[in-house]
Write a protein that binds this ligand. Structure first.
Ligand code: PMV
Length: 359
């Protein structure tokens, strides 16, 4: 079994300067990660679809510096300095230094941008931390060309996890499992792994239309949210349920049963929000329009038998999930009946994708 120590790298050549650029997608969890232990270890396993269009593109320039006692980096967002992003990166570097001891030898310029609007309510921490981790692993590979591809991607996911838990599911593969699960032998708490079984064709090119109900800043950071699962009255039952739901979903991803898929995915979304509503302090992140959309989706599904369903992140936006072969009808329904509930009528059409890419 791979352990944390396997990611402590030691053997390096010397390189003066260089540059890499990676894009990493966002991902949408089907079985949700909510609650963690020390060092970003998840309290339960989760599984996600990797997205394709919502992504962060990050360029990393590096040049060797004289002294190596501090981290040194400039941070640009869409080409302009962005001071308020720096503390998060500083903290990330501190967390990963043990595994990447070469970081203090370089000055970095990190230039990052998202393909989705910054204030869309779509979290950029998963795609952002994944893209930065890919770049760091490209640097590591330049310093030590003997590392294998498996190690490269595994460590990229391991590093991304230390930046933002769900980021470890934005590295490689269109369906990714993170967190130890009995029926998925390759799964690990330390990094995300590609879903190892055959994916039923019903899920090929699965669609995710993201309805932007509320583009405001998050009311509750995910750090605070995860913390509220400590001493939560329903925590242990919830963590067990995630294992059961992942077992059930594994079967569904193999047999293509969309009715079962819908039950698991919608229940997971509502359970995530139920956990928030029953923590202390409690909070409600859904908005009236979130509920309007959910009800419309249920009505449409009942009337047409079209297998569309919703899922939610820790926010008010709704992800509408459906197979490719019904996309024309569903898009019409979305445009006619759901877009009116979106802030300024905004929504994003996405589709299941393959993960991070070198540019
Ligand atoms: O990666 P974090 O710490 O931002 O947590 C994300 C948690 C959810 O998006 C609500 C669920 C998930 O599994 O992605």
């Amino acid at each position: 079994m791979v352990s944390e120590k396997d990611f402590i790298s030691t053997d390096f050549a010397s390189i003066e300067k260089g540059s890499f650029q990676w894009s990493s997608p966002s991902n949408i969890a089907l079985v949700k990660y909510w609650g963690k232990k020390e060092n970003q270890i998840p309290a339960n396993p989760s599984i996600s679809f990797t997205l394709n269009n919502c992504k962060t593109i990050t360029k990393l320039d590096f040049s060797k510096k004289e002294t190596n006692d501090t981290f040194s980096f400039d941070l640009l967002f869409e080409g302009k300095p962005k001071e308020d992003f720096k503390p998060k990166i500083q903290k990330f570097f501190e967390r990963i230094e043990k595994y990447c001891p070469y970081l203090k030898q370089y000055h970095f310029t990190i230039d990052t941008e998202n393909t989705f609007p910054h204030s869309s309510g779509i979290a950029s921490s998963a795609s952002g931390m994944a893209a930065l981790s890919m770049n760091i692993m490209s640097l590591e590979k330049a310093l030590n060309p003997t590392i294998t591809d498996d190690f490269f991607y595994q460590k990229a996911s391991f590093l991304a996890r230390l930046g933002s838990g769900s980021a470890c599911r934005s590295i490689k593969g269109n369906v990714v499992v993170w967190g130890k699960h009995d029926e998925i032998s390759t799964s690990s708490d330390l990094f995300g792994v590609e879903y190892p079984s055959q994916l039923h064709e019903n899920f090929h090119n699965y669609q995710d239309t993201i309805l932007l109900v509320d583009k405001g800043e998050k009311q509750v950071s995910s750090t605070v949210g995860h913390d509220l699962m400590h001493n939560h009255p329903y925590a242990s039952t919830r963590f067990e349920q995630a294992h059961t739901n992942l077992s059930a979903l594994k079967k569904v991803l193999e047999n293509g049963n969309l009715d079962e898929f819908i039950k698991i995915v919608e229940s997971e979304a509502l359970t995530l929000h139920a956990m928030m509503m029953t923590s202390m302090p409690y909070f409600i992140l859904m908005k009236p329009n979130t509920l309007e959309i959910i009800n419309k989706i249920w009505k449409f599904r009942n009337q047409t038998n079209i297998p569309i369903c919703f899922t939610l992140d820790a926010g008010a936006n709704v992800h509408v999930l459906y197979p490719e072969n019904v996309s024309e009808t569903v898009l019409q329904f979305i445009q006619q009946e759901l877009v009116g509930y979106c802030q300024n009528g905004n929504y994003i059409c996405d589709i299941i994708g393959n993960g991070s890419q070198l540019m």
